[in-house]
Design a protein around this ligand. Structure first.
Ligand code: NAD
Ligand code: UDX
Length: 463
Protein backbone atom coordinates (compact mmCIF):
# COMPACT_ATOMS: atom_id res chain seq x y z
CA UNK A 1 0.00 0.00 0.00
CA UNK A 2 1.38 3.43 -0.91
CA UNK A 3 1.05 5.67 2.12
CA UNK A 4 0.24 9.30 1.31
CA UNK A 5 -1.67 10.49 4.38
CA UNK A 6 -1.10 9.85 8.05
CA UNK A 7 -2.48 11.47 11.14
CA UNK A 8 -1.43 11.51 14.76
CA UNK A 9 -3.81 12.00 17.65
CA UNK A 10 -1.93 13.85 20.41
CA UNK A 11 0.35 16.84 19.76
CA UNK A 12 2.50 16.40 22.86
CA UNK A 13 6.16 15.66 23.57
CA UNK A 14 5.98 12.50 21.46
CA UNK A 15 3.37 13.26 18.79
CA UNK A 16 4.77 16.69 17.87
CA UNK A 17 8.48 15.89 17.39
CA UNK A 18 7.86 12.40 15.94
CA UNK A 19 5.48 13.65 13.28
CA UNK A 20 7.69 16.65 12.49
CA UNK A 21 10.57 14.29 11.71
CA UNK A 22 8.36 11.94 9.65
CA UNK A 23 7.13 14.95 7.66
CA UNK A 24 10.66 16.22 7.13
CA UNK A 25 11.93 12.84 5.97
CA UNK A 26 8.87 11.88 3.88
CA UNK A 27 7.88 14.97 1.85
CA UNK A 28 5.56 12.75 -0.22
CA UNK A 29 3.40 12.00 2.85
CA UNK A 30 0.90 14.52 4.26
CA UNK A 31 1.14 14.43 8.06
CA UNK A 32 -1.59 15.97 10.24
CA UNK A 33 -1.20 16.19 14.01
CA UNK A 34 -4.44 16.74 15.91
CA UNK A 35 -5.22 17.50 19.53
CA UNK A 36 -8.24 18.45 21.65
CA UNK A 37 -6.14 21.14 23.29
CA UNK A 38 -6.75 24.19 21.07
CA UNK A 39 -4.14 26.29 22.89
CA UNK A 40 -1.46 23.69 22.19
CA UNK A 41 -2.41 23.46 18.50
CA UNK A 42 -2.39 27.26 18.22
CA UNK A 43 1.12 27.29 19.68
CA UNK A 44 2.29 24.66 17.14
CA UNK A 45 0.87 26.95 14.44
CA UNK A 46 2.41 30.14 15.85
CA UNK A 47 3.89 32.27 13.09
CA UNK A 48 7.05 32.60 15.20
CA UNK A 49 8.42 29.07 15.23
CA UNK A 50 10.29 29.78 18.45
CA UNK A 51 6.90 29.78 20.21
CA UNK A 52 6.04 26.13 19.49
CA UNK A 53 4.94 24.52 22.76
CA UNK A 54 7.82 22.10 23.16
CA UNK A 55 11.45 23.03 23.48
CA UNK A 56 13.81 20.48 21.94
CA UNK A 57 17.15 21.36 20.35
CA UNK A 58 16.72 21.38 16.54
CA UNK A 59 12.92 20.98 16.58
CA UNK A 60 11.98 24.54 15.59
CA UNK A 61 14.07 24.28 12.40
CA UNK A 62 12.37 21.05 11.35
CA UNK A 63 8.91 22.47 12.03
CA UNK A 64 9.81 25.61 10.09
CA UNK A 65 10.85 23.48 7.13
CA UNK A 66 7.85 21.13 6.99
CA UNK A 67 4.95 23.10 8.46
CA UNK A 68 2.46 24.18 5.82
CA UNK A 69 4.23 21.98 3.23
CA UNK A 70 3.26 18.49 4.40
CA UNK A 71 3.02 18.98 8.18
CA UNK A 72 -0.22 20.36 9.62
CA UNK A 73 -1.48 20.93 13.15
CA UNK A 74 -5.23 21.00 13.69
CA UNK A 75 -8.07 20.54 16.18
CA UNK A 76 -10.25 18.85 13.56
CA UNK A 77 -9.70 15.30 14.81
CA UNK A 78 -12.51 13.71 12.76
CA UNK A 79 -11.36 15.09 9.43
CA UNK A 80 -7.80 13.93 10.05
CA UNK A 81 -8.97 10.42 11.00
CA UNK A 82 -11.27 10.24 8.00
CA UNK A 83 -8.54 11.12 5.51
CA UNK A 84 -5.60 9.14 6.93
CA UNK A 85 -4.48 5.64 5.98
CA UNK A 86 -2.36 5.32 9.11
CA UNK A 87 -3.51 6.78 12.44
CA UNK A 88 -0.98 7.08 15.24
CA UNK A 89 -2.37 7.28 18.78
CA UNK A 90 0.05 9.36 20.82
CA UNK A 91 -2.10 10.56 23.69
CA UNK A 92 -1.09 10.63 27.34
CA UNK A 93 -1.38 7.47 29.46
CA UNK A 94 -0.84 8.80 32.99
CA UNK A 95 -0.99 6.83 36.22
CA UNK A 96 -4.59 6.36 37.35
CA UNK A 97 -5.67 8.77 40.09
CA UNK A 98 -8.95 7.04 40.93
CA UNK A 99 -10.66 3.68 41.25
CA UNK A 100 -9.11 0.24 40.79
CA UNK A 101 -5.36 0.44 40.28
CA UNK A 102 -5.24 4.04 41.59
CA UNK A 103 -1.64 5.23 41.89
CA UNK A 104 -0.27 2.31 39.83
CA UNK A 105 -2.15 1.27 36.69
CA UNK A 106 -2.05 3.27 33.46
CA UNK A 107 -5.17 5.35 32.85
CA UNK A 108 -6.36 4.27 29.42
CA UNK A 109 -9.41 6.49 29.16
CA UNK A 110 -7.81 8.75 26.52
CA UNK A 111 -6.79 5.69 24.49
CA UNK A 112 -10.31 4.29 24.60
CA UNK A 113 -11.77 7.65 23.53
CA UNK A 114 -9.45 7.67 20.52
CA UNK A 115 -10.41 4.11 19.59
CA UNK A 116 -14.13 4.94 19.79
CA UNK A 117 -13.67 8.09 17.74
CA UNK A 118 -11.66 6.26 15.06
CA UNK A 119 -14.34 3.54 14.94
CA UNK A 120 -17.17 5.99 14.48
CA UNK A 121 -15.44 8.13 11.85
CA UNK A 122 -13.58 5.56 9.68
CA UNK A 123 -15.30 4.80 6.38
CA UNK A 124 -12.43 2.78 4.88
CA UNK A 125 -9.78 0.37 6.15
CA UNK A 126 -7.25 1.89 8.58
CA UNK A 127 -3.97 0.98 10.20
CA UNK A 128 -4.06 2.10 13.84
CA UNK A 129 -0.66 2.49 15.49
CA UNK A 130 -0.12 2.48 19.25
CA UNK A 131 2.59 5.11 19.72
CA UNK A 132 1.70 5.79 23.36
CA UNK A 133 3.28 3.53 25.98
CA UNK A 134 0.67 0.94 26.92
CA UNK A 135 0.22 -2.07 29.16
CA UNK A 136 0.87 -5.36 27.40
CA UNK A 137 -2.29 -6.64 25.65
CA UNK A 138 -3.90 -3.20 25.19
CA UNK A 139 -4.08 -3.86 21.44
CA UNK A 140 -6.65 -6.54 22.24
CA UNK A 141 -8.95 -3.97 23.89
CA UNK A 142 -8.45 -1.46 21.09
CA UNK A 143 -9.28 -4.11 18.50
CA UNK A 144 -12.41 -5.13 20.36
CA UNK A 145 -13.65 -1.53 20.49
CA UNK A 146 -12.85 -0.89 16.84
CA UNK A 147 -14.46 -4.12 15.61
CA UNK A 148 -17.58 -3.78 17.77
CA UNK A 149 -18.33 -0.11 17.29
CA UNK A 150 -16.98 0.51 13.76
CA UNK A 151 -18.71 0.80 10.41
CA UNK A 152 -17.73 -2.64 9.17
CA UNK A 153 -14.32 -1.54 7.84
CA UNK A 154 -11.11 -3.48 8.61
CA UNK A 155 -8.64 -2.29 11.24
CA UNK A 156 -5.10 -3.49 11.76
CA UNK A 157 -3.49 -2.60 15.09
CA UNK A 158 0.27 -2.14 15.26
CA UNK A 159 2.42 -1.43 18.30
CA UNK A 160 5.20 1.06 17.53
CA UNK A 161 6.50 2.37 20.86
CA UNK A 162 8.60 5.51 20.96
CA UNK A 163 12.04 5.38 22.56
CA UNK A 164 13.03 9.05 22.25
CA UNK A 165 14.36 10.79 25.34
CA UNK A 166 13.48 14.42 25.96
CA UNK A 167 16.25 16.93 25.38
CA UNK A 168 17.63 14.72 22.60
CA UNK A 169 14.31 13.94 20.87
CA UNK A 170 15.29 15.19 17.41
CA UNK A 171 18.60 13.33 17.38
CA UNK A 172 16.93 10.17 18.73
CA UNK A 173 14.28 10.36 16.00
CA UNK A 174 16.73 11.06 13.19
CA UNK A 175 19.11 8.29 14.25
CA UNK A 176 17.16 5.80 16.35
CA UNK A 177 18.93 2.80 17.92
CA UNK A 178 15.99 0.81 16.56
CA UNK A 179 12.41 1.12 15.38
CA UNK A 180 10.14 -1.52 16.89
CA UNK A 181 6.95 -2.56 15.10
CA UNK A 182 4.70 -5.29 16.46
CA UNK A 183 1.80 -6.65 14.44
CA UNK A 184 -0.49 -9.56 13.83
CA UNK A 185 0.85 -12.75 12.21
CA UNK A 186 -1.96 -12.82 9.63
CA UNK A 187 -1.37 -11.75 6.01
CA UNK A 188 -3.27 -8.49 6.70
CA UNK A 189 -1.16 -7.88 9.82
CA UNK A 190 2.06 -8.42 7.88
CA UNK A 191 0.79 -6.12 5.16
CA UNK A 192 0.20 -3.37 7.75
CA UNK A 193 3.67 -3.91 9.22
CA UNK A 194 5.17 -3.56 5.73
CA UNK A 195 3.31 -0.26 5.20
CA UNK A 196 4.75 1.24 8.42
CA UNK A 197 8.22 -0.17 7.70
CA UNK A 198 7.91 1.63 4.36
CA UNK A 199 7.45 4.97 6.13
CA UNK A 200 10.47 4.57 8.42
CA UNK A 201 12.62 3.20 5.58
CA UNK A 202 12.76 6.73 4.19
CA UNK A 203 15.56 7.42 6.66
CA UNK A 204 16.13 4.46 9.00
CA UNK A 205 18.43 1.62 7.77
CA UNK A 206 16.64 -1.73 7.31
CA UNK A 207 18.76 -3.51 9.94
CA UNK A 208 17.49 -1.10 12.60
CA UNK A 209 13.82 -1.82 11.95
CA UNK A 210 12.72 -4.71 14.13
CA UNK A 211 9.38 -6.44 13.66
CA UNK A 212 7.79 -8.65 16.34
CA UNK A 213 4.43 -9.85 17.52
CA UNK A 214 2.21 -7.19 19.15
CA UNK A 215 2.67 -8.35 22.75
CA UNK A 216 6.48 -8.42 22.56
CA UNK A 217 6.48 -4.90 21.20
CA UNK A 218 4.12 -3.56 23.87
CA UNK A 219 6.07 -5.24 26.66
CA UNK A 220 9.50 -4.23 25.28
CA UNK A 221 8.70 -0.57 25.88
CA UNK A 222 7.90 -1.05 29.57
CA UNK A 223 10.93 -3.34 29.88
CA UNK A 224 13.31 -0.83 28.32
CA UNK A 225 12.21 1.93 30.67
CA UNK A 226 12.37 -0.39 33.69
CA UNK A 227 15.94 -1.44 32.83
CA UNK A 228 17.06 2.16 32.27
CA UNK A 229 15.53 3.40 35.52
CA UNK A 230 16.91 0.41 37.38
CA UNK A 231 20.47 1.42 36.40
CA UNK A 232 19.92 4.88 37.89
CA UNK A 233 18.49 3.52 41.13
CA UNK A 234 21.37 1.04 41.31
CA UNK A 235 24.04 3.72 41.01
CA UNK A 236 22.07 5.99 43.37
CA UNK A 237 21.96 3.18 45.94
CA UNK A 238 25.74 2.93 45.65
CA UNK A 239 26.04 6.72 46.04
CA UNK A 240 24.74 6.49 49.59
CA UNK A 241 27.21 3.74 50.41
CA UNK A 242 30.01 5.82 48.83
CA UNK A 243 29.20 8.73 51.14
CA UNK A 244 29.64 6.45 54.16
CA UNK A 245 32.83 4.77 53.03
CA UNK A 246 35.02 7.36 51.34
CA UNK A 247 34.47 5.88 47.89
CA UNK A 248 33.53 8.32 45.09
CA UNK A 249 30.52 7.27 43.03
CA UNK A 250 31.87 8.97 39.88
CA UNK A 251 35.01 6.84 40.13
CA UNK A 252 32.98 3.71 40.84
CA UNK A 253 30.69 4.42 37.85
CA UNK A 254 33.69 4.90 35.58
CA UNK A 255 35.33 1.73 36.82
CA UNK A 256 32.28 -0.47 36.31
CA UNK A 257 31.23 1.26 33.08
CA UNK A 258 34.49 0.22 31.42
CA UNK A 259 33.33 -3.38 31.70
CA UNK A 260 31.86 -3.82 28.22
CA UNK A 261 29.13 -6.02 29.68
CA UNK A 262 27.93 -3.13 31.87
CA UNK A 263 28.73 -0.16 29.59
CA UNK A 264 29.23 3.48 30.58
CA UNK A 265 25.82 5.04 29.88
CA UNK A 266 23.07 5.80 32.37
CA UNK A 267 25.32 5.51 35.40
CA UNK A 268 25.21 9.11 36.55
CA UNK A 269 24.29 9.35 40.21
CA UNK A 270 21.80 12.15 40.79
CA UNK A 271 19.16 13.64 43.04
CA UNK A 272 16.84 11.04 41.51
CA UNK A 273 15.29 10.43 38.14
CA UNK A 274 12.24 12.39 37.00
CA UNK A 275 10.32 12.71 33.78
CA UNK A 276 6.91 11.59 32.68
CA UNK A 277 7.88 8.01 31.85
CA UNK A 278 10.06 6.06 34.28
CA UNK A 279 7.91 6.17 37.40
CA UNK A 280 4.62 5.83 35.53
CA UNK A 281 5.82 2.91 33.43
CA UNK A 282 7.40 0.99 36.31
CA UNK A 283 4.29 1.43 38.46
CA UNK A 284 2.31 0.09 35.53
CA UNK A 285 4.68 -2.87 35.20
CA UNK A 286 4.33 -3.58 38.91
CA UNK A 287 0.56 -3.45 38.60
CA UNK A 288 0.55 -5.81 35.63
CA UNK A 289 2.81 -8.30 37.44
CA UNK A 290 0.55 -8.18 40.52
CA UNK A 291 -2.54 -8.68 38.39
CA UNK A 292 -1.03 -11.97 37.16
CA UNK A 293 -0.17 -12.93 40.77
CA UNK A 294 3.58 -12.45 40.16
CA UNK A 295 4.37 -10.83 43.50
CA UNK A 296 8.13 -11.39 43.50
CA UNK A 297 8.36 -9.81 40.04
CA UNK A 298 6.26 -6.87 41.23
CA UNK A 299 8.36 -6.35 44.39
CA UNK A 300 11.59 -6.54 42.43
CA UNK A 301 10.63 -3.65 40.13
CA UNK A 302 8.88 -1.62 42.81
CA UNK A 303 12.21 -1.34 44.60
CA UNK A 304 13.46 0.89 41.75
CA UNK A 305 10.81 3.47 42.67
CA UNK A 306 11.34 3.10 46.42
CA UNK A 307 15.05 3.77 45.93
CA UNK A 308 14.32 6.82 43.77
CA UNK A 309 11.94 8.32 46.35
CA UNK A 310 14.58 7.69 49.00
CA UNK A 311 17.23 9.49 46.93
CA UNK A 312 15.09 12.63 46.54
CA UNK A 313 14.21 12.69 50.25
CA UNK A 314 17.85 12.06 51.20
CA UNK A 315 18.90 15.14 49.22
CA UNK A 316 16.49 17.46 51.03
CA UNK A 317 17.39 15.89 54.39
CA UNK A 318 21.09 16.52 53.69
CA UNK A 319 20.37 20.19 53.01
CA UNK A 320 18.46 20.63 56.27
CA UNK A 321 21.02 18.70 58.33
CA UNK A 322 23.98 20.58 56.86
CA UNK A 323 22.33 23.98 57.42
CA UNK A 324 22.47 23.36 61.18
CA UNK A 325 19.18 21.47 61.24
CA UNK A 326 17.05 24.45 60.30
CA UNK A 327 16.18 26.06 57.00
CA UNK A 328 13.29 28.12 58.36
CA UNK A 329 13.28 31.55 56.64
CA UNK A 330 16.55 30.74 54.88
CA UNK A 331 16.86 31.44 51.18
CA UNK A 332 17.74 28.35 49.20
CA UNK A 333 18.32 28.85 45.49
CA UNK A 334 17.48 26.08 43.03
CA UNK A 335 19.47 26.09 39.82
CA UNK A 336 17.20 24.13 37.52
CA UNK A 337 13.62 22.96 37.77
CA UNK A 338 13.27 20.82 34.59
CA UNK A 339 13.67 17.05 35.08
CA UNK A 340 16.80 17.09 32.88
CA UNK A 341 18.69 19.58 30.74
CA UNK A 342 17.59 20.80 27.30
CA UNK A 343 13.87 20.44 27.95
CA UNK A 344 11.12 22.66 29.34
CA UNK A 345 9.34 19.58 30.71
CA UNK A 346 9.06 19.39 34.50
CA UNK A 347 6.87 16.32 34.95
CA UNK A 348 7.98 14.34 38.03
CA UNK A 349 11.10 16.49 38.30
CA UNK A 350 13.05 15.82 41.51
CA UNK A 351 13.08 19.60 42.04
CA UNK A 352 9.35 19.57 42.83
CA UNK A 353 9.71 17.06 45.65
CA UNK A 354 12.85 18.62 47.10
CA UNK A 355 11.14 22.03 47.10
CA UNK A 356 8.07 20.55 48.78
CA UNK A 357 10.20 19.03 51.56
CA UNK A 358 12.09 22.28 52.12
CA UNK A 359 8.92 24.40 52.16
CA UNK A 360 7.59 22.05 54.84
CA UNK A 361 10.68 23.15 56.79
CA UNK A 362 9.67 26.78 56.09
CA UNK A 363 12.50 27.55 53.70
CA UNK A 364 12.20 30.31 51.11
CA UNK A 365 12.97 28.89 47.67
CA UNK A 366 14.34 30.94 44.76
CA UNK A 367 14.32 29.24 41.35
CA UNK A 368 16.24 29.90 38.18
CA UNK A 369 15.69 27.64 35.18
CA UNK A 370 16.50 28.82 31.65
CA UNK A 371 13.35 27.25 30.17
CA UNK A 372 10.77 26.94 32.94
CA UNK A 373 8.34 29.75 33.81
CA UNK A 374 7.21 30.80 37.31
CA UNK A 375 3.68 29.76 36.35
CA UNK A 376 4.88 26.21 35.70
CA UNK A 377 6.87 26.05 38.96
CA UNK A 378 3.81 27.07 40.94
CA UNK A 379 1.52 24.73 39.04
CA UNK A 380 3.88 21.82 39.78
CA UNK A 381 3.86 22.56 43.50
CA UNK A 382 0.11 23.16 43.63
CA UNK A 383 -0.44 19.78 41.95
CA UNK A 384 1.02 18.04 45.03
CA UNK A 385 -1.74 19.60 47.18
CA UNK A 386 0.61 19.83 50.17
CA UNK A 387 -0.62 23.34 51.09
CA UNK A 388 -2.69 26.18 49.64
CA UNK A 389 -1.71 27.86 46.39
CA UNK A 390 -1.25 31.09 48.33
CA UNK A 391 1.18 29.39 50.72
CA UNK A 392 3.17 28.02 47.78
CA UNK A 393 3.27 31.45 46.15
CA UNK A 394 4.63 32.91 49.39
CA UNK A 395 7.36 30.30 49.65
CA UNK A 396 8.84 30.29 46.18
CA UNK A 397 10.03 32.97 43.74
CA UNK A 398 11.40 32.61 40.23
CA UNK A 399 14.15 34.70 38.70
CA UNK A 400 15.09 35.48 35.12
CA UNK A 401 18.70 35.99 36.09
CA UNK A 402 20.76 33.34 37.91
CA UNK A 403 22.99 35.84 39.71
CA UNK A 404 19.99 37.64 41.17
CA UNK A 405 18.50 34.28 42.15
CA UNK A 406 21.63 33.48 44.16
CA UNK A 407 22.01 36.85 45.91
CA UNK A 408 21.94 36.55 49.71
CA UNK A 409 21.16 32.83 49.50
CA UNK A 410 22.23 30.55 52.35
CA UNK A 411 22.60 27.65 49.97
CA UNK A 412 22.41 26.72 46.30
CA UNK A 413 20.99 23.40 45.17
CA UNK A 414 21.71 22.22 41.62
CA UNK A 415 18.65 20.23 40.49
CA UNK A 416 19.14 20.12 36.70
CA UNK A 417 22.39 19.64 34.77
CA UNK A 418 22.02 22.64 32.40
CA UNK A 419 25.40 23.27 30.73
CA UNK A 420 25.30 27.00 31.49
CA UNK A 421 25.52 26.38 35.26
CA UNK A 422 29.09 25.16 34.89
CA UNK A 423 30.21 28.35 33.15
CA UNK A 424 28.90 30.82 35.73
CA UNK A 425 31.17 33.25 37.54
CA UNK A 426 31.07 31.28 40.79
CA UNK A 427 33.32 33.73 42.62
CA UNK A 428 30.78 36.48 41.94
CA UNK A 429 27.99 34.22 43.20
CA UNK A 430 30.00 33.33 46.31
CA UNK A 431 30.60 37.00 47.13
CA UNK A 432 26.87 37.75 47.00
CA UNK A 433 25.81 34.89 49.31
CA UNK A 434 25.44 34.44 53.07
CA UNK A 435 28.40 32.72 54.71
CA UNK A 436 29.20 29.91 55.01
CA UNK A 437 28.03 29.54 51.41
CA UNK A 438 26.77 26.03 50.73
CA UNK A 439 26.39 24.29 47.37
CA UNK A 440 24.49 21.01 47.10
CA UNK A 441 25.21 19.63 43.67
CA UNK A 442 22.44 17.16 42.87
CA UNK A 443 23.97 16.49 39.45
CA UNK A 444 27.71 16.39 40.22
CA UNK A 445 28.40 18.93 37.45
CA UNK A 446 30.57 21.41 39.37
CA UNK A 447 34.22 20.90 40.19
CA UNK A 448 34.64 20.26 43.89
CA UNK A 449 38.25 21.53 43.94
CA UNK A 450 37.38 24.80 42.23
CA UNK A 451 34.30 25.35 44.39
CA UNK A 452 36.22 24.72 47.62
CA UNK A 453 39.05 26.97 46.46
CA UNK A 454 36.55 29.82 46.11
CA UNK A 455 35.31 29.14 49.64
CA UNK A 456 32.10 27.19 49.14
CA UNK A 457 31.12 24.30 51.37
CA UNK A 458 30.46 21.85 48.54
CA UNK A 459 28.49 18.64 48.76
CA UNK A 460 27.90 16.45 45.70
CA UNK A 461 26.12 13.12 45.40
CA UNK A 462 28.03 10.02 46.41
CA UNK A 463 31.36 11.47 47.44
P1 NAD B 1 1.58 14.76 26.34
O1 NAD B 1 0.72 14.89 27.53
O2 NAD B 1 2.70 15.72 26.10
O3 NAD B 1 0.68 14.79 25.02
C1 NAD B 1 -0.51 14.07 24.86
C2 NAD B 1 -1.52 14.93 24.09
O4 NAD B 1 -2.65 14.13 23.77
C3 NAD B 1 -2.05 16.13 24.89
O5 NAD B 1 -1.75 17.32 24.20
C4 NAD B 1 -3.57 15.86 24.97
O6 NAD B 1 -4.34 17.05 24.87
C5 NAD B 1 -3.80 14.97 23.77
N1 NAD B 1 -5.01 14.15 23.85
C6 NAD B 1 -5.43 13.36 24.87
N2 NAD B 1 -6.58 12.74 24.54
C7 NAD B 1 -6.90 13.13 23.29
C8 NAD B 1 -7.96 12.83 22.39
N3 NAD B 1 -8.92 11.95 22.73
N4 NAD B 1 -7.99 13.43 21.19
C9 NAD B 1 -7.02 14.31 20.85
N5 NAD B 1 -5.97 14.63 21.63
C10 NAD B 1 -5.91 14.05 22.84
O7 NAD B 1 2.15 13.27 26.37
P2 NAD B 1 3.54 12.72 25.76
O8 NAD B 1 4.66 13.02 26.67
O9 NAD B 1 3.63 13.11 24.32
O10 NAD B 1 3.29 11.15 25.86
C11 NAD B 1 2.37 10.49 25.02
C12 NAD B 1 2.59 8.99 25.15
O11 NAD B 1 3.91 8.65 24.70
C13 NAD B 1 2.48 8.46 26.58
O12 NAD B 1 1.88 7.18 26.52
C14 NAD B 1 3.91 8.34 27.01
O13 NAD B 1 4.09 7.34 27.98
C15 NAD B 1 4.61 7.96 25.73
N6 NAD B 1 6.02 8.34 25.66
C16 NAD B 1 6.45 9.55 26.12
C17 NAD B 1 7.79 9.91 26.00
C18 NAD B 1 8.30 11.23 26.49
O14 NAD B 1 9.50 11.41 26.52
N7 NAD B 1 7.46 12.17 26.85
C19 NAD B 1 8.69 9.03 25.38
C20 NAD B 1 8.23 7.82 24.90
C21 NAD B 1 6.89 7.48 25.05
C1 UDX C 1 13.16 8.07 29.07
C2 UDX C 1 13.88 7.01 28.21
O1 UDX C 1 15.29 7.28 28.23
C3 UDX C 1 13.35 7.04 26.79
O2 UDX C 1 13.95 6.00 26.03
C4 UDX C 1 11.85 6.85 26.83
O3 UDX C 1 11.32 6.89 25.51
C5 UDX C 1 11.17 7.89 27.70
O4 UDX C 1 11.75 7.85 29.03
P1 UDX C 1 13.37 10.69 29.36
O5 UDX C 1 12.59 10.46 30.61
O6 UDX C 1 12.91 11.73 28.40
O7 UDX C 1 13.47 9.34 28.53
O8 UDX C 1 14.88 11.08 29.75
P2 UDX C 1 16.12 10.23 30.31
O9 UDX C 1 17.33 10.71 29.63
O10 UDX C 1 15.88 8.79 30.27
O11 UDX C 1 16.21 10.72 31.83
C6 UDX C 1 15.24 10.38 32.79
C7 UDX C 1 15.68 10.86 34.15
O12 UDX C 1 16.80 10.11 34.62
C8 UDX C 1 16.12 12.32 34.18
O13 UDX C 1 15.65 12.94 35.37
C9 UDX C 1 17.63 12.22 34.19
O14 UDX C 1 18.25 13.34 34.75
C10 UDX C 1 17.83 10.98 35.04
N1 UDX C 1 19.12 10.29 34.80
C11 UDX C 1 19.41 9.79 33.56
C12 UDX C 1 20.02 10.14 35.85
O15 UDX C 1 19.75 10.58 36.97
N2 UDX C 1 21.18 9.48 35.62
C13 UDX C 1 21.51 8.96 34.40
O16 UDX C 1 22.60 8.36 34.28
C14 UDX C 1 20.59 9.12 33.34
Amino acid sequence: MKITKICCIGAGYVGGPTMAVIAQKCPQIEVTVVDLNAERIAAWNDADVDNIPIYEPGLADIVAEARGRNLFFSTDVEKAIDEAQIIFISVNTPTKTYGKGKGMAADLKFIELCARQIASVAKDNKIVVEKSTLPVRTAEAIKSILDNTGNGVQFQILSNPEFLAEGTAVQDLLQPDRILIGGDASAEGQHAIAALVGVYSNWVPADKILTTNVWSSELSKLTANAFLAQRISSINAMSELCEKTGADVNEVAKAIGMDSRIGPKFLKASVGFGGSCFQKDILNLVYIAKSYGLHEVADYWEQVIIMNDHQKRRFSNTIVRTLYNTVADKKITFLGWAFKKDTNDTRESAAIYVADDLINEQAQIAVYDPKVSRKKVLADLDYLESRTAAANANSIVSFENPYEACEKAHAIAVLTEWDEFVTYDWKKIYDSMQKPAFVFDGRNILDRGEMEAIGFVYQGIGA
